[in-house]
Design a protein around this ligand. Structure first.
Ligand code: NAP
Length: 296
């Protein structure tokens, strides 16, 4: 039985990352350089998307960045959205911007992402930035995988030669995570297995994982018996489940935390794990955009 599991505190780590960015932003302002400007485009009234955009706006404000939000109605046409993106691509005042996903069904998400200037794509979703990541070239890393890599770094978690099993193969989490973990880098250098909805006997893989990264969008899917003793578990999932409290719900991840925490070495909680890191890394990308670190 491993000693008590250590929580990987994403909230605290994100606060440290944001403090570092804040110092850089203050130095820019002191030198008469405009504060980095992050813009967000949101379509419709999806409550989760509204919450995410509000958190990003608030976080940008707290570290001295400029932020602006373009709120468009649910029935916005693809053409109108593409025009808004074109405007933001050309606006010299905006260093980086995001288009909050998911988009309504009548809008082609690939077309939208392709239309973002890679130099302003601080979400790291554009094919140019994904390609750079795959080739190990400097560029914007997708914020959630970047946040997980930052947690490994700051908690000095040794990933070399470890079996890293990733549940989920989405373009924004599972797939980039699998590339980053298999790279000849530190953190990285892991042996990676990717599982998805067509994987047979998923437990065979999860039970063998030294590092288990869960991003499948299924509440409390990963049970204690699916996890190896002493493993490191990263829970990306975020779900509202009904609860007998004021809000009427509580947040849980893809992992059955209360049971799994008893047998692992490290685990990220939900909330307070990967989520805050995603926002911190978005702000880090925005700072890089303002400093023209990757694109001149
Ligand atoms: P997604 O696009 O829905 O992808 C889910 C992936 O999981 C797919 O590859 C799917 O397989 C696989 N999958 C679904 N059910 C499965 C099952 N029963 N067994 C094995 N694989 C299964 O989700 P996502 O965008 O990656 O997000 C995943 C979760 O992370 C969600 O809860 C989301 O809200 C959360 N999230 C959190 C953050 C954060 O900042 N904390 C950021 C992004 C996402 P197929 O490919 O075969 O369909």
């Amino acid at each position: 039985m491993p000693k008590k599991a250590k929580l990987i505190d994403g909230k605290k780590t994100a606060a440290a990352v944001k403090e570092e960015i804040k110092v850089e932003v203050a130095a820019m302002i002191d030198s008469d350089i405009d504060a980095p400007h992050l813009a967000a485009v949101i379509i419709g009234e999806d409550p989760a998307s509204q919450t995410y955009v509000a958190s990003k706006e608030k976080a940008a404000y707290h570290i001295g960045m400029t932020s602006s939000v373009y709120r468009l109605p649910d029935n916005t046409s693809e053409e109108k959205l593409l025009k808004t993106i074109d405007f933001l691509n050309k606006d010299p005042e905006v260093d980086g911007f995001i288009v909050q996903l998911p988009l309504p069904d009548h809008i082609d998400v690939d077309k939208v992402i392709d239309s973002i200037d890679p130099a302003k794509d601080v979400d790291g979703f554009h094919p140019v930035n994904v390609g750079k990541m795959a080739l190990g070239q400097p560029g914007y890393l997708s914020a959630t995988p970047a946040g997980i890599m930052e947690l490994f770094k700051r908690y000095r978690i040794d990933t070399v030669g470890k079996h890293c099993v990733i549940l989920g193969r989405s373009n924004i989490v599972g797939s980039p995570m699998s590339i980053l973990m298999s790279k000849k880098t530190s953190p990285g250098n892991a042996t990676v297995t990717v599982c998805h909805s067509r994987t047979r006997d998923i437990e065979k893989y999860t039970r063998d994982a030294d590092i288990l990264i869960c991003a499948i969008g299924q509440p409390q899917f990963v049970k204690a018996e699916m996890v190896k003793e002493g493993a490191i578990v990263i829970d990306v999932g975020i779900h509202r489940i009904p609860a007998d409290n004021e809000k009427g719900y509580r947040l849980v991840g893809d992992v059955d935390f209360d049971a799994v925490v008893k047998k692992v070495k490290y685990i990220t909680p939900v909330p307070g794990g990967v989520g805050p890191m995603t926002i911190a890394m978005l702000l880090k990308n925005t700072l890089s955009a303002a400093k023209k670190e990757f694109y001149k």
